[in-house]
Design a protein around this ligand. Sequence first.
Ligand code: FES
Length: 105
Amino acid sequence: MKIHVTDQDGQKHDLDAIEGWQVMEIIRDYGLLIKAECGGSCCCATCHVYVDDAWLDKLYDMRDDEDDMLDETFDREDNSRLSCQLIMSEELDGLTLTLAESAKP
Ligand code: FES
C-alpha cells in the first residue's frame, strides 16, 4: 500500500503505508515536513494537506471539528484536509496529496 506525497518544495515521495494508520503518522515517520503538533487529536491543524481531486470522493466526510480547525489556517483550499483524520485503508491505496505550508514545523 502506498501514498504519494509532494512536499512543500515540490519534491515527490512514494511512501509505504500501513492499514489503520493515520496518514499524518506515515508522513511524519518518513521525516517529511509536518509538524502535527497535537499528535493526531484534531486540535492543531499543523497536519494540513491538499488531497488530489481524484481522491476526494473516496474520503470520509469531514467532521465539524476538522472543519473548524482548517478554518484557523491561512492557506485553506477546497481540497484541504487534516491528515490525522485520514485513516489508511485498501480503498486509499495510492492516495495522492501535497503538504501545505501551514504544516511546516
Ligand atoms: S496532528 Fe493536530 S490536527 Fe492533525
